[in-house]
Ligand binder design. Sequence first.
Ligand code: BES
Ligand code: ZN
Ligand code: ZN
Length: 470
Amino acid sequence: MDNRSKEFYDILFDPWLPLTRETTSLTPIYIVDSEKHLPPSVCESHVKFAKHLGFFSSQGESVFLPAEDGSILAVLIRLNLSVDRFNLGSCLARLPDGNYEIKTELQSDKALETMIGFCLSAYRFELYKKKRIDFGVKIFVPRGIDFGKLGAFVKSEYFVRNLINTPASDLGPKSLERAIECFCHKMKADFTAIIGDQLLKSNFPLIHAVGRAGSEAPRLAKFTWGNPNSYKITLVGKGVCFDTGGLNVKPDASMAAMKKDMGGAASVLGLANCIISLKLDVYLTVIIPIVENSISSNSFRPGDILSSRKGLDVEVNNTDAEGRLILADALSYADESRPDLIICMATLTGAARVALGQDIVPFYTKSDEFSKLLSEGSLKNFDPIWRLPLHSEYEHMIESQIADLDNAPKSGMAGSITAALFLNRFVENSKTFAHFDIYSWSSKTRPGRSIGGLMQAVRAIYYAIEKSLM
Ligand code: BES
Ligand code: ZN
Ligand code: ZN
């Protein structure tokens, strides 16, 4: 199907974790706030040594206490545990190679945050590096932590980041479809795809129109998993392998990171990985429209009026607002089987960043109950998301003079909200619908986040789904 090797897809979904459950040869780590919190095992000369290095005056410092044989007896880390997400975890990831155990008793949420932060700080994207540096730090999983969940969260995020970081030259529509197929093979999920002109025959006109100019045909990937009699969840993710903006071409700086425009597709795969590996009792359907938004003689154009799967006619006022078009058809399709819950994830608007910055994901849902669970999940899982309103008085902004809908409201105001209102027009039958306008990217390396692809909102959503089933 595609010229990339099987190993390529295996590396994208690599089950490696920097954790150990062996109890021998572990170097102890003590987290200290002040001299008073030093463990009794630290002798006076070691205290002097630490003072000498200025250990008690600066945050985030580590001191390695030597044993007589020259090995590391213990590590002291000075940190105020209440500041910043994943800070302690990232200190751990900078330790010299070895196996360690955190001896300081941490509250259970702090311990979870630390372990997630550590594992995520250990992430490296080395697919294209001839010289790879093996990460050699392993941390013993503290008692009271759900190892299965930690593993699922971390592996999902590695997978999501790998998918986003892989450039469009290697992860175009064909390869993304193949990556999904390989994932399904591993997870024993039932996979199907509708490709190229078949999209027209199967009534996905918007996916076809947006993707037809790409050198690889547009497609719709779909898979299902679980018991068809259980709670029905459908995940829909934006799979734009590269977004040039189309004929309304993006300026250079805005186009630079657009290999990440399949971040929604990657994220719903991450969420599916959590759901499947933690064996939630649900019937899962994942629907991913895959295109490249390219420029060619057969590109869709500004001014075109396109009929959607649902029958609503959409006036294209900007070919760069392509995400909502392909999602419209995918969401209509998802909605036709009336699931209990539809989750949509998409790098949909630049406006979401203007509203909340790159760290906080706006989400939209009409369900106060589900929103409450999401906000709770956000706090408990160190995964910042924030509800914005589906403000009905803005509905007129997405309506066109000459068609049913306009894909790009002129004023540009409340851009993330109007995009969400647009998607909402295509979901009618499902009990609950929530949409996440994600960024999928970190512009620099920070604790628990490396520069490049990022998984957002997945842990918060997983929590909300798990609670909905109780
Ligand atoms: N993929 C972009 C949105 C985007 C841009 C996400 C930058 C993250 C970072 C999307 O397809 C797009 O270009 N949207 C337009 C919509 C507008 C033309 C109505 C936008 O946000 O400018
Ligand atoms: Zn766009
Ligand atoms: Zn886009």
